[in-house]
Design a protein around this ligand. Structure first.
Ligand code: FRU
Length: 324
């Protein structure tokens, strides 16, 4: 039979648990299921740079066809990425950047633009006069740095917008520091957090302590579904979120192209946009529709797989019959 050559893809995920990472893994799994020739293996480094390096090395040792990496840190994994690249295994980087250009392709949204969108939103809501707490993301990875860079770029043009910044180095709310800041500065109008999870943690921490209805919370990610940022906007917990797509399905599609020897762009920019109460419903409807379509395709693939198997067994039976 003319069975299609299998393509083995190793994906090194950096962080477990959180909804954005799970959504990325899920998008990859769904996209891989649609293409039966793909064999996808996911390792999770659980926030440990050293584990991520070992995971990628394992993919190299196992001679996978393509490696996809969603980096934890931007520097420590440079050597192992360059090693894979050096021996000719294509490497696709998703989301956080690596500080080398020795990889095949990068996929991700523009985090500077994400920060600018949040900044512009505060400018337009406040007409250029506000007190803001910015909860910054980790500085060892590009999104934290770039989101606050874009935010400052906009806000610094408005002298009547005052920003107090605190750090969320571990991707979670530094609750004590946050509450202390709130108590010291009672006139806060906005909290702009590195991501929706932290924005939600801040909202919960502030609730009960102060009248949260006078503070507008803004996050980043805009994951669809229960507990995601879009739902938080619909529930009026968050005033807004900035969509930051995971790139999961795009990464698998790109891997397929590379496996088929197509030329791919070195960098693919994913779209980002503001989600607030005006478009939250439209956005979640769109995402729901996409996932229904994907599961339909998946179902069809399973039916085809089953038929192929049945056909094979029938063939064996026929051959047996004729050999009698
Ligand atoms: C999840 C996360 C997201 C963020 C991305 C950036 O682990 O922190 O909230 O958008 O990683 O790397």
């Amino acid at each position: 039979s003319k069975e299609k050559h299998k393509i083995s893809i190793g994906f090194s995920q950096s962080i477990d648990h959180d909804i954005w990472r799970k959504s990325m893994d899920h998008a990859m799994e769904v996209e891989a299921a649609i293409h039966p020739e793909i064999n996808l293996t996911i390792y999770n480094a659980n926030r440990k740079a050293s584990k991520q390096i070992r995971d990628i090395q394992r993919f190299i040792d196992n001679k996978v066809d393509i490696i996809i990496v969603s980096p934890f840190e931007s520097d420590s994994i440079i050597p192992v990425i360059e090693r894979a690249n050096g021996i000719g295994i294509p490497v696709i980087i998703v989301d956080r950047k690596v500080n080398t250009s020795n990889y095949t392709a990068y996929i991700g949204a523009d985090n500077v633009e994400v920060g600018r969108i949040a900044g512009r939103h505060i400018v337009s809501l406040s007409k250029g006069k506000a007190n803001v707490i910015q909860i910054k993301g980790a500085s060892y990875a590009s999104p934290g740095l770039e989101r606050s860079m874009g935010f400052s770029e906009i806000i610094s043009q408005y002298p009547n917008i005052k920003v107090i910044s605190i750090d969320a180095q571990k991707d979670e709310l530094p609750e004590d520091a946050f509450i202390k800041t709130l108590e010291k500065s009672p006139n806060i109008n906005y909290v702009y957090a590195y991501n929706d999870v932290i924005a939600y943690q801040a909202w919960k921490a502030a609730k009960g302590k102060i009248a949260t209805n006078q503070i507008k919370f803004i996050g980043v990610d805009g994951i669809n579904g229960p507990n995601g940022g879009i739902q938080l906007v619909k529930d009026r917990v968050l005033e807004a979120t900035v969509l930051y797509p995971t790139g999961g399905s795009e990464a698998i599609k790109l891997a397929l192209k590379i496996a088929n020897n197509e030329i791919v762009p070195k960098s693919t920019k994913l779209n980002t946009t503001l989600i607030d109460s005006l478009n939250a419903d439209i956005m979640s409807n769109q995402f729901d529709r996409i996932s229904i379509q994907q599961s339909n395709i998946e179902e069809q693939q399973n039916i085809i797989k089953k038929q192929v198997k049945e056909y094979a067994t029938q063939n064996i039976l026929l051959k047996l019959l004729f050999s009698l």
